[in-house]
Design a protein around this ligand. Structure first.
Ligand code: SAH
Ligand code: DHB
Ligand code: MG
Length: 227
């Protein structure tokens, strides 16, 4: 393909494209805007999913009619709000967060979003919290988005906790292409590679990675269905 047909694109192009599409497909959302503002004001890192990614999670939850969601990595509850909004009245979401301060800010944001009754935050190391979960009814949907070195451990527990036919999504599996570039060996990319190696030959799930570009750069979701 020649350069004229396919010019090299930049982070600015991807961000502009996200904003352009969102201007048609998303409506102004004061609750989500306030959640991000409150998170930043409290010093939380700006690493929540993008609006388009958040809405995509929301639509996936709706698509399978999920009633029970588990989230690993709460931060300020931005993705939590997107996910929980897709739940029916009797739906529930449990979200796991290591840092007390993040959980406190998330609780404020979730309360302001009127989702207090549907969302429960568990504070502590996510792997231990997951091991302590023995739900009577398994989860329909699990979103893994905490420290990347724990990915395989979280995924292994997620397979135990999700129903057959349920969905597991893992965030940040592309990281600007670094995961596939052997020059990078930091703990984040190694954590994603460890997950991918674990998935090779894993007959418990069918999975694929879908790369994304937008106002959060070049990254991707791993999408897995429990068999
Ligand atoms: N899902 C959020 C972003 C999560 S950022 C959103 O899109 O809005 C990752 C979060 O995982 C951070 O808040 C971090 O404190 C938390 N985290 C890191 N290590 C963890 C661990 N071992 N157990 C639980 N949470 C962890
Ligand atoms: C980071 C973590 C995330 O979950 C994310 O979506 C983006 C960045 C990070 O740790 O840098
Ligand atoms: Mg993430």
């Amino acid at each position: 393909m020649s350069q004229q047909e396919f010019k090299v694109t930049t982070a600015e192009d991807w961000a502009r494209t996200d904003q352009y599409h969102n201007s048609f497909l998303h409506t102004k959302d004061e609750i989500l805007d306030a959640a991000l503002k409150n998170s930043t004001a409290n010093g939380l890192p700006e690493i929540a999913v993008s609006a388009a990614q958040g809405k995509f999670l929301n639509l996936l939850v709706s698509s399978i009619g999920a009633k029970r969601i588990l989230e690993v990595g709460t931060l300020g509850g931005y993705s939590t709000i997107w996910l929980a909004r897709a739940l029916p009245d009797d739906g529930e979401l449990i979200t796991l967060e290591l840092i007390e301060k993040h959980a406190k800010v998330a609780q404020e944001n979730i309360d302001k979003a009127n989702l207090t009754n549907k969302v429960k935050i568990i504070v502590g190391p996510a792997h231990e919290s997951m091991q302590q979960l023995h739900p009577e009814t398994p989860f329909d949907f699990i979103f893994i988005d905490a420290d990347k070195k724990g990915n395989l451990d979280y995924f292994t527990e997620a397979k135990r906790l999700v129903r057959k036919g349920g969905v597991i999504i893992v965030d940040n599996v592309v990281r600007y292409g670094r995961v596939a570039d052997p020059e990078y060996t930091d703990t984040n990319v190694e954590g994603v590679r460890r997950l991918l190696k674990g998935l090779k030959g894993d007959t418990d799930v069918e999975a694929t990675t879908i790369g994304t570009v937008g106002d959060k750069g070049y990254d991707g979701y791993l999408y897995a269905v429990r068999k």
